[in-house]
Design a protein around this ligand. Structure first.
Ligand code: C2O
Ligand code: CU
Ligand code: CU
Length: 479
């Protein structure tokens, strides 16, 4: 069985502890021996009321990552509450079926609060998903992947300092659902794995250790139209994957390990030197192991079609020829979006979007004016906004946009033959609906995003939480 990591008395663990005031009994599912908050199970169309009570020694607020809720319910940092205070959330679940996240979003303290334990999963179901009869109950497994470091007293240790914030904070132990060396006994049949990257900064390249390709049912915003098969899958902080894992025909005693496979290119070479973790980003390591414990003769079959998804198209966009920019710049000791760091409580952000429109947006690395990674790099003569030199200095950023999920319409890379990019390029799912997208160095991603129903301030930011806290965040004013 699995070994609980919290063996010593933890002196600093922040925990979401939930109790159900009203609703069906299966709304809250506690993960055994875990600091993670309970899995919250919701139905599309359900009206939800959540009381947040702050029992922490510092201010906090909770964001429902992936849910389409009004601005005042979205956990914007201006709504943070002080110790002892409480806040009531009320919203209707408008999302289709999918796996989402709840986590804190206070100004400049998101990374540490998540690191010390505040995070949980939200599972939304709907009629379309239920009709598919995908593996459920004991055959549907939440898998929240995080990396943590522990000090000599077995306490969670958060690395402070420049290295941690410029590259993000990395731990050297991999936890699944809050536990290390995670192993599960399974039957020889199909399972549905609901995977979430709950790490502060670590990007995973998921693959089966025996080389079996990975079958994907869904991404951040729910099921794909049809399953897709990939040799491996990239999973950046904030992203989710819905995976079909079929252990049929495997003999009892067989071990199957989900690994993070080797990759490169997510950090500049100088960043690799500064990444002192004994588990460097991009190294190969096990995440968790499945042990076939019981032989079972029948198993559900993989459906050929999953969901009816109408693609968002360019002619629905109010700006089909003029994408709204989301420019990433890696300045001197700063990570910026559209040339600015986050300005807390600025009533008039520059990014304004008319409500009930659909927008074409382009996320790209901007190279010019700023020294890359604090190295005082000059604008290369190679030209363009992401020349070769820029690529070598920049890093991968998981860009997350609050509000409704978007569709990726294109990814283009400055240098497709780059060895780093070649080690990740087959791990992206471009179909389906997303709220977080990993943008590799030299890469430009175009998305179509609806801004429907709700006016107000919505955040967009890097989901490398150290980057978010250092100001790699902006907001849209939807008006
Ligand atoms: Cu999961 Cu604004 O974040
Ligand atoms: Cu979010
Ligand atoms: Cu970033």
């Amino acid at each position: 069985g699995a070994v609980p990591i919290l063996t010593g008395q933890q002196t600093r663990v922040f925990q979401y502890r939930a109790k159900l005031l009203k609703g069906p009994d299966n709304t809250l599912v506690t993960l055994p021996d875990s600091y993670l908050g309970p899995l919250i199970q919701l139905q599309r169309g359900q009206k939800v009321r959540i009381h947040l009570q702050n029992a922490l020694p510092e201010a906090s607020v909770t964001h429902w990552h992936g849910l389409h809720v009004p601005a005042e319910m979205d956990g914007h940092p201006v709504y943070a509450i002080n110790p002892g205070e409480s806040l009531v959330y009320e919203f209707e679940v408008l999302n289709r079926a999918g796996l989402h996240i709840y986590h804190p979003h206070p100004h400049e303290a998101t990374a540490t609060q998540v690191y010390y334990g505040l995070a949980g999963a939200i599972r939304v179901s709907d009629a379309e998903e239920t009709a598919l009869e995908l593996p459920s109950g004991a055959y549907e497994l939440p898998i929240v992947i995080q990396d943590r470091a522990f000090d000599a007293d077995n306490q969670l240790a958060y690395g402070h300092g420049m290295h941690a914030s410029m590259m993000g904070n990395y731990g050297d132990r991999i936890l699944v659902n809050g536990r290390a060396d995670y192993q599960l006994d399974v039957d020889s049949r199909a399972y549905r794995l609901r995977i979430m990257n709950g790490s502060n900064a670590r990007i995973y390249k998921l693959g089966w250790d025996d080389g079996t390709p990975i079958t994907v049912l869904g991404v951040d915003g729910g099921l794909l139209a049809a399953p897709e098969v990939k040799p491996y899958l990239m999973l950046a902080p904030g992203e989710r994957l819905d995976v079909w894992a079929d252990f049929s025909g495997r003999n009892p005693g067989t071990l199957l390990t989900l690994r993070s496979l080797a990759f490169s290119g997510a950090l500049p070479s100088m960043g690799m030197m500064m990444n002192h973790s004994s588990l460097p980003l991009g190294s190969d390591f096990p995440i968790m192991t499945f042990k076939i414990a019981r032989k079972i003769d029948d198993s559900p079959k993989l459906p050929k079609q999953l969901a009816s998804l109408t693609p968002l198209t360019l002619n629905q966009c109010s700006n089909p020829n003029q994408p709204r920019p989301i420019a990433i710049s890696e300045g001197h000791m700063a990570m910026l979006l559209n040339g600015h760091a986050y300005e807390y409580n600025n009533p008039l952000p520059t990014e304004r979007i008319p409500v009930n429109t659909i927008q074409l947006m382009e996320i790209f690395h901007e190279h010019g004016g700023h020294g890359g990674m604090g190295m005082g790099r000059r604008h290369g003569s190679g030209g363009g906004r992401h020349g070769r030199m820029g690529m070598m200095m920049s890093m991968a950023h998981p860009i997350h946009l609050h509000g409704q999920q978007f569709q990726i319409i294109s990814r283009s890379i400055e240098d497709a033959d780059d060895a780093g990019y070649a080690s990740v390029r087959d791990g992206f799912i471009e179909s389906g609906l997303k709220d977080t997208v990993l943008v590799m160095p030299g890469e430009t991603v175009r998305i179509i995003k609806p801004f429907q129903d709700f006016k107000g301030l919505f955040m967009y930011h890097c989901h490398n939480l150290e980057h978010e806290d250092m100001g790699m965040m902006r907001e849209f004013l939807i008006e």
